[in-house]
Design a protein around this ligand. Structure first.
Ligand SMILES: [Zn+2]
Length: 70
């Protein structure tokens, strides 16, 4: 059971909140070299760019849809 912070409605005990990301940042992952058992030379994970969640909120289904739509 949870209370939606946006519309202040208390959800039924069986309803799970929808988590909506409200703030994310760009994250750069560096190249990694590693070996698995039996490897004779390094494998290379090239890394890359992705996003990292900074803050998310738990909303009811209705508010989550509205939040994602905007
Ligand atoms: Zn709501």
């Amino acid at each position: 059971m949870f209370r939606c912070p946006r519309c202040d409605v208390v959800a039924e005990p069986t309803v799970r909140p929808a988590r909506v990301v409200v703030e994310a940042r760009v994250k750069t992952y560096p190249e990694r070299r590693y070996r698995l058992r039996g490897d004779r030379k390094d494998r290379i994970d090239p890394g890359g760019v992705g996003t990292e969640t900074v803050r998310e909120v738990s909303l009811c289904a209705g508010c989550a849809g509205a939040e994602r739509g905007t």
